[in-house]
Design a protein around this ligand. Sequence first.
Ligand code: PEP
Ligand code: MN
Length: 338
Amino acid sequence: MVFILKPKISQDKIDDFIRGWEEKGFSAVLSIGTERTAVCLIGNTTQIDPDDIVRARSDIVVSGKQITERYKAVNRAVNENGTVIDVGGVKIGEGYFPVISGPCSVESEEQVLAVARSIKTSGAKLLRGGAFKPRTSPYDFQGMQAEGLELLSLAKRETGLPIVSEIMNQSQIELFEDVDIVQIGARNMQNFDLLKAVGNLKKPVLLKRGLANTIEELLMSAEYIAASGNPNVILCERGIRTFESMTRNTLDLSAVILLKQKSHLPVIADPSHAAGIRSLVEPLAKAIMAVGADGIMIETHNDPANALCDGAQSLDLEQFDALMRELKKRAELEGKVI
Ligand code: PEP
Ligand code: MN
């Protein structure tokens, strides 16, 4: 059950309302969005008629609705209009379609600055870069780690682009202070301790779908973060593992559409990891925009042939610029802010 509260209700009144439910044996998740505040009741609410509560508590409640799905706080019913997340002035969601781009991994000051400056000129709104890399082989480049995060911060200061980077475990949280969006990678989508830990942060979390996870499992992982107190979650479809071996993964465009229908959270997609092949990135990016995603994440490199990670799927800086010109044309037709 979700109750949408009237605007400008004092925290004391909200706490009081929640305490009343807790005394009846329910637990409650408070979701404070920029436009509305919602209280989700967790427990067996089948005997409660939401309209009774709206009548009895018209001083504080605007509307109430049963939520039958297991995901409550991230359910579309909590915010039918969809949530827009603000990242250092860059908006994501409901008509805002920012492009996140940058190298798979930060490799050097020269590399990250060259990429950051170029993608900014092309129109990217956020810079991505891996500092801690989850690699299949322990013998592959593991990322520059803390030094990589410092180089990302430098690129942020130089270009003004907010930065996105992947966290691998909760012991790294302090290092991520200057990171604007904390990414949870596909391999960590069900690392529940990590989900709870980033749920205690205030900053947005980019949650990527696991290689072999269902749409509902992705929503339940987002629910972990929201239930821990952080409603600022961005969902990311990045391809799932199928029997197909000619692409690295299979981009699940239906998931993008369904996630938008089921959840109020912004949904983006990552064609680079989905395809694993550079020539597929641009057509997939156009498709991602066409099905109604709220943004896109694309790997770029100043010298893809010599990239330490994921070079085969990385666009060079000219290719990225060409892609941005195409996306901008389409965004204009669709009335989206890119
Ligand atoms: C990445 O974005 O660099 C990454 C490792 O992605 P994923 O977790 O989707 O594989
Ligand atoms: Mn990568």
